[in-house]
Design a binder for this molecule. Structure first.
Ligand SMILES: NC(=O)c1ccc[n+]([C@@H]2O[C@H](COP(=O)([O-])OP(=O)(O)OC[C@H]3O[C@@H](n4cnc5c(N)ncnc54)[C@H](O)[C@@H]3O)[C@@H](O)[C@H]2O)c1
Length: 447
């Protein structure tokens, strides 16, 4: 009989995973502790913006006309335990307040809620990003708290999906990493992922610590690549070089590659910043802090970019104060094709300028609601044109396609001064300059 799957925690990762598992043909039951989320999902509505996810959800949620009916949601732990052969844990692992370390309380709570209901054989699969050593500890917790004892096993299967491509990445992952301790666990995971495996997705089997470390190592590498090119941008600014040309040129070396070499205001979001910090904190606990001191520099190069964007804005506005200046901010989310504003560099820059007396108006295609909730005192507009009306400077801070397709000539009619600062190096300077704009970008010559 086909495996039955549960997904615990239906946020960005879990909602996508649940819909993808239904798409792969499994009966799926999703659980969350937030009633509003469950009610929305039951109606086939996605609590966040992720391209293609709502369609996939509606294709499978029970009760929606024409759906496969394979996907349901609940808040009942006993129902989840009773239903599932395989339980995926996808809850959040944020940064602790006032510390670098990972807050494991949500993962611990999920295990503590599920385990006492597990009365028969089951595989619990951790997908959340956790500090190395967590799986070993949680495996013991499971055995201790589950009536089924040793019949309940743990596997660690980190997730690599990218917001904006989450559906595609979940259905067709570039690799599947399985931290396991038994042949049975491997067999079950191979069964869950039979479709992507048949398409040739590599399946990397490891012990628990390696599986946990693969995720934090991958994110550390990506963060390093971004901060590397941003460090080069700083040197280009000082020495008069052009970081975009530099990135193009070094990217031709396929040992380096072109991806993730776009200089700008740096990375943010719910993963990279907190993951590299949690990694440093954990290495410290293990006595290996020296190995990761470079991540401190990666983090500070990244955070410095936001301040530099503020200073570049101040400079184009005359070099002193933001008082009486109108600044339009295009973009609020930490990346395009998402509504996620967690640790968004764009909102951080907008917030700093606002706090220094600038009149900031933000527009984002999908992130307005989340941005308003986080920064209620900023000004918001319903379109890019409305945001730039009367502006003394326009800041391009999230690289949505919509912004690349703006007509600089038409936009120029709405502003007070045709000054654009490209915080993502994603606009075409020649087009903007041809339309009479002063175009400035990070790590590039001024004219
Ligand atoms: N978002 C991404 O792109 C991404 C990619 C790879 C890995 N991850 C990792 O996946 C994990 C989840 O990230 P996310 O972005 O989906 O977070 P999220 O905050 O969007 O979702 C987490 C969900 O878990 C729920 N939850 C919290 N405590 C719970 C509990 N005790 N029982 C059941 N549900 C509970 C929350 O209500 C929320 O809906 C994190 O560890 C993250 O680092 C995220």
């Amino acid at each position: 009989m086909a495996l039955k799957i549960t997904v615990i925690g239906t946020g960005y990762l879990g909602a996508t995973h649940a819909a993808a598992m239904a798409e792969l043909g499994f009966e799926v039951l999703g659980l969350d502790v937030v009633p509003e989320k469950i009610e929305m999902l039951q109606r086939g509505e996605v609590p966040m913006y992720e391209p293609g996810l709502e369609e996939l959800l509606r294709k499978h949620v029970a009760g929606i006309e024409g759906s496969s009916g394979r996907l349901r949601f609940t808040m009942d732990w006993a129902e989840v335990a009773e239903f599932g052969d395989v339980h995926f844990v996808c809850v959040n692992t944020p940064q602790k307040h006032g510390e670098y370390a990972c807050d494991m309380s949500y993962v611990d709570a999920a295990f503590a809620s599920l385990a006492p209901h597990l009365t028969g054989p089951a595989l619990v699969v951790g997908k959340s990003t956790v500090p190395v050593g967590s799986a070993d500890r949680l495996a013991r917790v499971l055995v201790e708290l589950s009536p089924a004892g040793e019949e309940v096993e743990l596997a660690w299967n980190p997730e690599f999906l990218r917001e904006g491509f989450a559906v595609q990445d979940t259905l067709h992952p570039d690799r599947i990493v399985a931290g396991i301790r038994s042949e049975r666990a491997e067999k079950l995971l191979r069964e869950v992922y039979a479709t992507p495996l048949s398409e040739g997705t590599p399946f990397v089997v490891s012990d628990f610590p390696t599986a946990e470390l693969v995720k934090t190592a991958a994110n550390s590498f990506l963060a390093t690549k971004i901060s590397f090119i941003n460090a080069m941008a700083e040197v280009c600014e000082a020495g008069g070089g052009d970081v975009v040309k530099l990135a193009e040129a070094i990217g031709h070396d396929d040992r380096i590659g072109k991806k993730f070499l776009r200089a700008g205001i740096g990375f943010g979001g719910g993963c990279l910043p907190k993951d590299i910090r949690a990694f440093m904190a954990r290495a410290g606990e293990l006595g290996a802090d020296q190995a990761l001191t470079f991540l401190r520099e990666i983090d500070s190069i990244n955070m410095r970019r936001r301040g530099q964007m503020v200073e570049m804005t101040r400079e184009v506005l005359g070099g002193s104060s933001f008082l009486g200046k109108r600044i339009a901010v295009l973009g609020a989310t930490f990346k395009p094709d998402s509504d996620d504003v967690r640790d968004s560099p764009a909102l951080n820059v907008a917030g700093q300028i606002h706090l220094q007396g600038g009149q900031v108006t933000v527009y984002d295609p999908k992130g307005m609601e989340n941005a308003r909730r986080l920064f209620p005192t900023l000004g918001y507009a319903e379109s890019a044109v409305d945001a730039v009306r009367g502006a003394h400077a326009v800041l391009h801070l999230t690289e949505w396609r919509e912004f690349r397709e703006l007509d600089p000539a038409a936009l120029g009619e709405a502003v007070t001064d045709r000054v654009v600062l490209d915080g993502r190096n994603a606009l075409d300077p020649s087009v903007w300059r041809a339309a009479g704009w002063t175009y400035r970008a990070m790590g590039r010559p001024t004219a």
